[in-house]
Design a protein around this ligand. Structure first.
Ligand code: FES
Ligand SMILES: [Fe+2]
Length: 347
């Protein structure tokens, strides 16, 4: 069951530009994204109101999107504004539109009940707009797995020592034994992990030139239903990072946003922001090049996991200690889905 009353990321803002519309499927619905004449991002059902051709096969024109089949033009609100060879436009010539909001370089859409679409609920990630302090790069990966499996992945970092041993991983035991503190937030759950006096992983050594052991932290904030805001860094052991002196050392921020495409596929929107060698574009590029293969490792594992779940189901799977935060996250999303169901039933 997919939660529909939620803001989901439809695209990076820079994916929507020019003449070519962008096709995406969100919560099982085909959507077309484009910018109207004023530059505003629009999201419509990807189905022409004439003969159901996908609008994404058309082109973006001044007044809206022009269907590639017989040339109807639909504006950003979904209204048909031109029919070739015909003056009269039927009042019911319209395409379903979705609320689309651009914020912090992401385009968010609301797939549920429009009356409940409150923009205050859109995740804040201002670092995307601060290239001076947080130079950043971003990407989107299509993943053949339910989006919650990717959120699970981010909520149980004991996988780092095994799945990412060659990159950001490091010693598996250090991960399993990390000091972990979890707190509830108004919109989700946040956990901080400390690996004090640990051997820095290869990525960190490459980026920051650590010579000895480090105190390493990972702060993960889950914002329901499917965003994770990460702040990570390390400093020489005993330099005071644990006590709060985390400025100036090696640190970066990651944004993770998962959008359900179908029950068994999703989009993984992610970015990495360099918070330690901000004046060196090569450092940002290097960080990105180091992180990207890590997420490919996640994708490969989670897609394989989905394949097994689709084939054999989930009966007989056990939860272990490291699942605690992941389960809190799952319960929150389940509550949201239950609330949405009750609300819909009442209406
Ligand atoms: S199907 Fe779109 S104009 Fe005919
Ligand atoms: Fe991972």
């Amino acid at each position: 069951m997919l939660l529909r009353d939620a803001w989901y990321i439809a695209a990076w803002a820079d994916e929507i530009s020019g003449e070519q519309p962008l096709a995406r499927r969100i919560c099982n619905e085909p959507i077309v994204l484009f910018r109207d004449g004023t530059g505003r991002a629009a999201a419509l059902a990807d189905r022409c109101c004439h003969r159901a051709a996908p609008l994404s096969m058309g082109i973006v024109v001044e007044e809206g999107i022009q269907c590639g089949y017989h040339g109807l033009i639909i504006d950003g609100s979904g209204r048909c504004v031109r029919i070739p060879g015909q003056k009269q436009i039927p009042a019911d010539a319209r395409v379903q539109s979705y609320r689309a909001v651009e914020k912090d370089r992401l385009v968010w859409v609301w797939m549920g009940n429009p009356a409940k679409a409150d923009t205050a609920g859109i995740v804040d990630f201002p670092y995307h707009n601060d290239p001076g302090k947080w130079p950043n790069k971003h990407d989107v990966y299509p993943i053949k797995a339910n989006y919650m499996l990717m959120v699970d992945n981010l909520m149980d970092l004991t996988h780092l020592g095994y799945l990412h041993a060659k990159t950001v991983g490091g010693n598996p035991a250090a991960h399993v034994e990390a000091e972990m503190k979890t707190v509830r937030t108004p919109t989700g759950v946040k956990f901080t992990r400390w690996m004090r006096n640990s051997v820095p992983p290869p990525t960190y050594v490459k980026a920051a030139g650590f010579k000895g052991r480090v105190d390493r932290w990972q702060e993960f904030e889950f914002v329901a239903p499917s965003s994770v805001l990460q702040w990570t860094g390390a400093a020489d052991t005993g330099a005071g990072a644990y006590e709060g002196k985390r400025d100036g050392g090696f640190q970066f921020r990651l944004f993770h946003g998962l959008t359900p495409e179908t029950e068994t596929s999703c989009y993984y929107f992610w970015s990495v922001a360099n918070g330690y060698r901000q004046d060196e574009p090569e450092a940002t590029e290097q960080l990105y090049q180091e992180i990207a293969p890590t997420f490919v490792e996640d994708r490969v594992m989670v897609e394989a996991q989905q394949a097994r779940m689709s084939e054999l189901g989930e009966a007989g799977l056990v939860d272990i200690a490291s699942d605690a935060t992941r389960m809190q996250m799952r319960r929150m999303v389940e509550r949201l889905i239950a609330g949405e169901q009750t609300g819909n039933a009442a209406e």
